[in-house]
Design a protein around this ligand. Sequence first.
Ligand SMILES: *Cc1c(COP(=O)(O)O)cnc(C)c1O
Length: 436
Amino acid sequence: MTTTLQDCRALDAQDLLAPLRSHFALPTGVIYLDGNSLGVAPKAAAARVADVVTREWGTDLIKSWNTASWFDLPQRLGNQLAPLIGAGKDEVVCTDSTSINLYKVLSAALNIAREDSPARKRIVSERSNFPTDLYIAEGLCKERGLELVLVEPEEITAALTSDVAVLMLTHVNYRTGAMHDMAAITAAAHAQGILCVWDLAHSAGAVPVDLNGAGADFSIGCGYKYLNGGPGAPAFVWVHPRHASRFWQPLSGWWGHAAPFAFTPDYQPAPGITRYLCGTQPIISLSALQCGLDVFTAAQSLGGMAALRTKSLALTDLFIQLVEERCAGHGLGLATPRDHAQRGSQVCLTRDEGAGVGGQGSGAYAIVQALIARGVIGDFRKGDGGTGRHKDILRFGFTPLYLGFEDVWNAVEHLRQVLESGEWQKAEFNQTHAVT
Ligand SMILES: *Cc1c(COP(=O)(O)O)cnc(C)c1O
């Protein structure tokens, strides 16, 4: 049975999460399938930021550190975020960027793992992990004379040998949308005495995560993707309570001090997760992030992450089905696993090398550009040009907070038209820009 536009409208009519869309300032004429890269602005953000600037900063000035509770905003937002990732109270802070938080936790994890076993000299990660994660690990390895070992997903278990200190993985892969079994991999690593650092950049707010249930050691994640915190929003960091008060994190700034306003010349780390703060926090940005988190708090009464996950899988299943039914014969493939247990909240389509204009490249970039010109915003991630296992990818993120089933229908209809008309072959869609 093929699915029709009427079927999609019927699904929207039954969708209990549909009212959440009204929390977002979605531009008209846009189907936004890039919330995995930069989330949509919550409607509340503009007024909230204006209030912080004009009243809290403008009028109340320095008093606001106390009167507007600026000082503990990283901890308060961490507590608001915690249920989304299976963290407990006072185990998370929102602060700094994902890259910087990774440096902090990876450094702490290496200290802990190597305290007992100095012979452990390796960090293992996935070759297709997001590059900044690999670059941060590479930098730490250089600094400390350690080795970064990169493997394919199916090689991870075999790479967990007695000389490994830390396994550093991203839970949902940014290119393919493939999701790891966090509990199983963490258990396998722990059985070899290896600590686990999980990057939740494509998981937090996208799929239910249970860090404590999985017994994970350290975690970080992004505020501007599925959490809708705004461009460059503060990221988050979680450390299991069994590790949080061991070792300094390397960026031992005054906001991580036990008593910053004692102004003592020596560093005394605060107990718990607060020591993972470094310097004065970006209050305006944190205030915008709070508006993103507030939508998840509103979603609690509608079933929370479990309900969002059910809808996300229904949206991605529908997208895959419609692409296969309606866009067949145009050289598209599926990079994202069909198995729900292995899928995040995005769908990535591949296109073969040689399918581009004049047999050059894959044409995937141009197809994405033609879709963007029609208001269907996804993105493109470059493959290895046919030299290895990664094809060019058309990447579509599905945010159940603000997307409906008719949106999926319309997105696929635009894709069908772009492919059948050959409109993607126009020169204007084949010019590359700095940010893809
Ligand atoms: C998006 C993303 C980041 C981003 O890091 P920034 O420090 O915010 O630039 C890091 N890691 C992964 C896995 C990501 O997907």
